[in-house]
Design a protein around this ligand. Sequence first.
Ligand code: SF4
Length: 353
Amino acid sequence: MKTDLYGLTRQELTELVLGWGEPAFRAQQIWHWLYRQLATSLTEMHNLPPALRERMERQVVVGQPKLVAARKSADGEAEKWLLEMADGETVETVLMSYDRGDTLCISSQVGCAMGCLFCATGQMGFRRHLSSGEIVAQAVASERELRRKGRRLKNLVFMGMGEPLHNYAATVEAIRCLIDPDGFGLGARRVTVSTVGLAPQIRRLADEEWQVGLAISLHAATDEERSRLIPAARGWSVVELVAAGRHYWERTGRRVTFECALIQGENDTLKQAEALSRLVSDMPCHVNLIPLNATAGYVGQGSSPKRVNRFCQVLTRHGVSCTVRLRRGTDIEAGCGQLRQQLGTAASATQTA
Ligand code: SF4
């Protein structure tokens, strides 16, 4: 079986090229073709000697996920793709157009083991981790699409299918590749890892000492309510989780964002708002409130604008920075896992991303 070049770390690519008896700078040239030129084939790599290209044709491929379904929101500001990996598994990638530029939301796993009750991905269970190459491939595919339109990717969030810190090694390797100034070249401050809150891995990520942003999906400020919504949250108390967030801020200087998907009558009460204020008011942070995107497998509905605003006012009164985030692409199943859930796992290939 041929090796997928997009599945290799920079170190692995260098070792492969050195193993062929080629000088190390050839690895750098190939790396540039992959991440600067976003090559889709070996034939594009015209500055490589013919003998090396012939060898590569025999041993490696430039892998690309297949686009099996696409949805564009009515306002044109959100586009969701269902991408098929080499083994037929599919993941979702969403491109959103904000004033501050194009933001890509990528997946880190097929399915998810965290089991958040309200999440379509959680409802499907865990199938497998994505490799770092499969994570990066989502960014490469969308950057190709953006460049065709004369645009560039500005921000990237790990907020699609899966819990990125449950797939720690691949996530970190993918970030290393994405922020490599000699490669994909995204600024570290433009990458955000969103986690449901694996406290030990948050501390590990802090110790990478990158300027990557961190968003913790808190969803509830009390252990009782949180463990009801997120079964995997039972491993760490909200106090431990906020302490890990504080550690992240201390190591990186990046203010942590706490995300709360507000569910009408469930976690949007004044009591929860007060508890959240007490929990985070003494640390530099920001709270994003997002009315829940309803899913077929959960009865809860997104909170009304009135309840969301009331929740926000409580936080603001306690000096907590807070915004209500727009729900993008609700007409294209933009909540993570919803398109795959709608189409099932047997979507057939129609084109290449
Ligand atoms: S919300 Fe995130 S962590 Fe929770 S089940 Fe869905 S994908 Fe997993």
